[in-house]
Design a protein around this ligand. Structure first.
Ligand code: NIG
Ligand code: ZN
Length: 421
């Protein structure tokens, strides 16, 4: 340590879980390289760093420090909202009825194809800021409202630009198989993806222009069937992408079984998963990404979170932010998971941090407060961390600081006064 160079942020904090091993009062030290330099009992840390100069000291007495939240499933790049469809759904139209009539994803695709890259970036940036202010420090972001190669690449460039310039972590997902484009059959669309889209992604990765992390397919009756899904995912795996796809949402498709067979990192939705699918996912360590906003919004049956947890499936959570389910907030997602899916608050927090990091292949560096991991933290203005879940929609007044890579990226000055009401 050099006492002349202020290199650290020191957090004096309360524990965030009953299991916290250091007693009641702890401290964390974040280094300039963005990593957690030390975490532990406050007096031990004080002795260890007695000669150090800190760039900033945040007194967290009376507050809780939690790991930054990880959102494992979002569709945040698009133009054209669908508030009119929300009204149609409230009046009784189903998601698939709207989709088959040319609305839904098709509506968003048309608007996204017509939008400029700059327009898409500006709205995306704003959405990421709202996610970050709600505590998300690492977010999975999908393409999928382009469908044709040109617009899919436009979306992926927008995501890449945010990766380079925004103070929030991003894991990017190519989702060109989000819907079958108008004028094509599913087989034609599958061939186009395998023969044209994926080779282009490989080329752009090699040239360093776009680094995509994951590949996704909407495996659903009337969209991509199991065989097309298998072909696309296998081709994605062959170019080094992690498999992470939509399955068993509206109809049982045996998507979970396919995910386990192909070594997928995760399958999302799973409202209609089979018992065999749950067993296969547990065995293959293929995570379930549950999306409580979608089941709520579309009044679907709830995925069997309890059965998955009891059988040892790694359960993660995502906001599924998209024009159908317009929710940025992982604290609200955790609340819905607890109430509607019967998860405990501890399970919901693990699902929105370390397990979601696992889904993105980042649990070695993200998702918990441990020495050597990235310094991504959320500080709330309450001495009990459970308030972040309990106060439904209350996170705006509760979240005091969001820290990404050891830097304060959001500071909520109104927090102190507001949270006492
Ligand atoms: N189900 C497919 N994809 C999205 C919805 C996308 C949309 O309707 O625009 C989802 O995960 O909920
Ligand atoms: Zn989705």
């Amino acid at each position: 340590l050099s006492s002349s160079s202020p290199s650290f942020i020191l957090l004096s904090m309360m524990s965030y879980g009953m299991e916290y091993p250091f007693g009641q009062l702890g401290s964390a030290v974040l280094a300039v390289d963005g990593c957690i330099k030390a975490v532990g009992q406050a007096d031990v840390i004080r002795n260890q760093f007695s000669g150090a100069t800190f760039e900033r000291i945040i007194d967290c007495s009376g507050k809780c420090v939690l790991p930054g939240l990880v959102d494992a499933h979002t569709h945040p790049v698009w133009a054209g909202d669908r508030v009119h469809e929300f009204a149609m759904k409230l009046a009784g139209a189903s998601y698939m009825e709207i989709h088959q009539a040319g609305g839904g994803i098709h509506f968003t695709v048309e608007h996204t194809q017509n939008a400029t890259e700059e327009e898409l970036f500006n709205t995306f940036k704003h959405r990421l800021e709202r996610m970050r202010n709600a505590g998300s420090t690492l977010v999975e972001c999908k393409s999928g409202y382009g469908l044709n190669l040109e617009t899919e690449l436009k979306m992926l460039r927008v995501i890449e630009r945010a990766k380079q310039s925004m103070d929030i972590g991003i894991s990017s997902t190519y989702c060109g198989a989000h819907s079958v484009p108008k004028g094509k059959t599913a087989t034609e669309a599958t061939d186009d993806i395998i023969n044209n889209h994926l080779p282009k992604l490989k080329e752009l990765k090699l040239s360093g222009e776009i680094h995509v992390n994951n590949i996704d397919v909407f495996c659903e009756k009337g969209v991509f069937d199991l065989e097309s899904t298998r072909r696309i995912l296998q081709a994605g795996k062959n170019i080094g992408l992690q498999l992470n796809f939509h399955g068993d949402e509206l109809h049982p498709m045996k998507s979970a079984e396919l995910g386990a067979e192909l070594g997928a990192r995760a399958v999302s939705h799973l409202e209609e998963v089979s018992d065999e699918g749950i067993t296969a996912m547990a065995r293959a360590k293929c995570a379930a990404v549950l999306l409580p906003t979608t089941a709520y919004m579309l009044r679907l049956k709830q995925p069997q979170a309890r059965k998955m947890l009891d059988e040892g499936v790694i359960v993660a959570l995502g906001s599924d932010f998209n024009p159908n389910a317009y929710c940025f907030s992982m604290p609200m997602v955790m609340h819905l998971a607890c109430v509607n899916m019967k998860m405990s608050m501890n399970e919901a927090l693990a699902a929105a941090t370390i397990n979601a990091a696992y889904v993105l292949g980042k649990s070695d560096t993200h998702g918990s407060i441990e020495t050597g991991k990235q310094g991504d933290l959320v500080i709330i203005n309450s001495s009990r961390w459970e308030h972040l879940i309990y106060q439904f929609g209350g996170h705006e007044a509760l979240i005091n600081y969001v820290i990404v890579k050891g830097q304060v990226v959001y500071e909520n000055e109104r927090c102190e006064t507001m949270s006492s009401y």
